[in-house]
Write a protein that binds this ligand. Structure first.
Ligand code: PLP
Length: 224
């Protein structure tokens, strides 16, 4: 059995059945994706439009692709026709562009809003208040469905910092759920939280992540 298959089996065993594993295959070849596929994995995450598009063309149709990288509005056509979820919607400009693309192309796109929870300011994402404003206005965007929130913790070994970052995502979701009347256009199943990567997914699962995005642990170090 390949190392990739072993990692998939181990994770399937470890993760609670209600936590969805997104296998992050960015910077790894299509053959690596296929090994994970043969081990039963069906959900993969990619962060670059061209790379996603190339893999979609050669890999099985029943793969569910998540886009998890920064998406430029001039790349929508390489991404939106092929993905089941865009996890990394990080600006109002992008929300509007995806909605417009959907109107013009007859597709409703499922998305998560990426929330800036890390203490580094290099990471993309909405602030809490910006996200609340978009969510309250969700009715303006009939061609997207906002299913939840995504975040990345500060890159650190300090577990208390990671927990702090993750808890700000959890409490934002809980705050929205508690005031759902203020967000009349959100879909009924709003509330999915995507957080946790190779170095912090165990903490994420413990803190209630619905989706974890794991790359290195499955595919090894990325070759740039
Ligand atoms: C690359 C990436 C991951 C996976 O990171 P690993 O540390 O390799 O598990 C998860 N989420 C996002 C947004 C990424 O860009």
């Amino acid at each position: 059995m390949s190392e990739i298959a072993k990692a998939i089996y181990r994770l399937k065993e470890e993760l609670p059945s209600n936590v969805k594993l997104v296998a992050v295959s960015k910077f790894h070849p299509a053959e690596a994706v296929l090994e994970a596929y043969r081990a039963g994995q069906r959900v993969f995450g990619e962060s670059r439009p061209q790379e996603l598009h190339a893999k979609v063309e050669v890999l099985p149709d029943d793969i569910s692709w998540h886009f998890i990288g920064h998406l430029q509005t001039n790349k929508l056509k390489l991404v939106l026709p092929y993905v089941s979820l865009v996890e990394s919607v990080d600006s109002l400009h992008l929300v509007e562009a995806i909605d417009r693309w959907g109107r013009d192309n007859g597709k409703t796109t499922d998305i998560l809003l990426e929330i800036h929870i890390a203490s580094e300011d290099t990471k993309q994402g909405f602030s809490r208040d910006e996200a609340l404003a978009v969510l309250a206005d969700a009715g303006k965007y009939p061609n997207i469905r906002i299913l939840g929130l995504m975040g990345m913790a500060t890159l650190t070994d300090d577990e208390s910092v990671i927990r702090h970052d993750f808890s700000s995502l959890v409490s934002l979701r809980d705050e929205i759920a508690a005031n759902i009347g203020k967000f009349p256009s959100l879909p009924e199943n709003f509330g999915i939280l995507s957080f946790g990567m190779t170095h912090d997914y165990r903490i994420a699962v413990e803190m209630g992540a619905d989706m974890v995005r794991i790359g290195t642990l499955i595919f090894g170090e990325r070759v740039y």
